[in-house]
Write a protein of this length. Structure first.
Length: 196
């Protein structure tokens, strides 16, 4: 049937990488979630994004393995037709290179493993870290909405990405050796310390 999800095994990257672990929101980490969410709301590249309850996969805290400190969050908003719009925020004061790459690969893979048919993302034009990561792996923007959001004292472009599971599986296969569970060194690319 057209539009149905492919029946393939899970991508299987898991929720723990070389540098970070993704933790679902629980009463035990609720205060840490709130702290990161306050940082996200103050970031000109992000702004307030509510944590919903009808996502394809739950919101997750991004925790640095070497320090145990929370460094960011990932979440998604579900749209009709099993489309997940993902959001990633890494606090630039807490994060470092490589965290964003692992969080993007693990969470997007988890979204597809959780039943997403398509995954999309939106990025303010000056939030280059996410754009660099996606460009580096071969995902180009599908649209640019000119002067669509007001951030940092000006109307800014909103860059929109969208991709399916088959394309994502090809990307994961290309980088599998450097991803969580792979035999190579973890990959780092896509920008400096700031995540988003």
């Amino acid at each position: 049937m057209p539009g149905e999800r492919e029946q393939a095994g899970p991508i299987g990257l898991g929720l723990s990488g070389s540098w970070i672990v993704l933790e679902p929101l629980t009463p035990a980490n609720e205060a840490e979630f709130a702290e990161i969410q306050r940082s996200m709301e103050l970031s000109p590249a992000m702004g307030p994004i509510p944590l919903g309850s009808s996502e394809i996969a739950p919101p997750m805290l991004v925790r640095a393995l070497h320090t145990g400190r929370p460094v960011g969050l990932v979440q998604n908003q579900a749209l009709p037709g099993k489309v997940a719009v993902f959001v990633i925020f890494l606090d630039p004061k807490r994060s470092r290179r490589g965290y964003g790459l692992e969080a993007v690969f693990m969470y997007i893979s988890h979204l597809f493993d959780s039943g997403a048919r398509l995954v999309g993302g939106e990025s303010v034009d000056f939030n280059v870290v996410l754009q660099q990561i996606l460009h580096k792996v071969g995902i180009e923007p599908r649209a640019r909405m000119r002067e669509h959001v007001y951030r940092a004292g000006a109307f800014r472009d909103l860059v929109i990405f969208s991709f399916g599971e088959t394309q994502w599986r090809g990307i994961v296969a290309r980088y599998r050796r450097s991803l969580p569970g792979g035999s190579g060194r973890p990959a780092v690319f896509g920008g400096g310390r700031a995540g988003g």
